[in-house]
Design a protein around this ligand. Sequence first.
Ligand SMILES: CC(C)(COP(=O)(O)OP(=O)(O)OC[C@H]1O[C@@H](n2cnc3c(N)ncnc32)[C@H](O)[C@@H]1OP(=O)(O)O)[C@@H](O)C(=O)NCCC(=O)NCCS
Length: 163
Amino acid sequence: MEIRKATSADVEQMQQLIQQFADIGLMLPRTIKSLCEHLQNFTVAVDDNQKVIGVAGLHILWTDLAEVRSLAVAPEAHGRGIGRQIVQTLLKEAEQLGIAQVLSLTYQTRFFEKLDFHVVRKETLPHKVWKDCIYCKKFYHCDEVAMVHYTRHFRMSDRAKEA
Ligand SMILES: CC(C)(COP(=O)(O)OP(=O)(O)OC[C@H]1O[C@@H](n2cnc3c(N)ncnc32)[C@H](O)[C@@H]1OP(=O)(O)O)[C@@H](O)C(=O)NCCC(=O)NCCS
């Protein structure tokens, strides 16, 4: 297994992996076009045959805020630490980019807690976070939980301001 940046050869498999979970309402679907447009954001886990078994993207929302999007691990590869390694890679990327907070909108709260994400009230998040929500069928009854990971660029004084 290898964790690496996504390439154009991965796009079709990334789309199929995400679609599996979108079909059962766990995440938003992604089109091939949207994956291509944001390909540089994406990290994948591949097996020894270069089959994509995990995917996620780091989407930069603002100078101090990025979001983990489209996180999916193939069902047969669950519980092997692949999801954790992908998110850790994205957190490292956020650190390198100087980003202070990394957001996830998710149902998988236990998984993200283990990666030091904390539940925050959705009302505290800036409006730009919700830009893509208009495309979601759950727009009027969103039950996802907002969770934030604070990187070393986050200053305690900022956290106090937000509280
Ligand atoms: C959530 C998901 C990405 C986790 O991937 P994974 O590779 O199976 O997770 P890992 O093996 O890296 O797990 C890391 C830790 O989280 C825990 N964990 C993983 N999924 C969990 C869950 N659903 N509930 C509670 N704990 C969970 C693991 O037990 C492990 O704990 P440990 O460190 O004590 O051993 C995967 O289940 C998935 O693709 N789910 C469907 C799509 C989805 O919901 N994506 C999230 C959209 S935000």
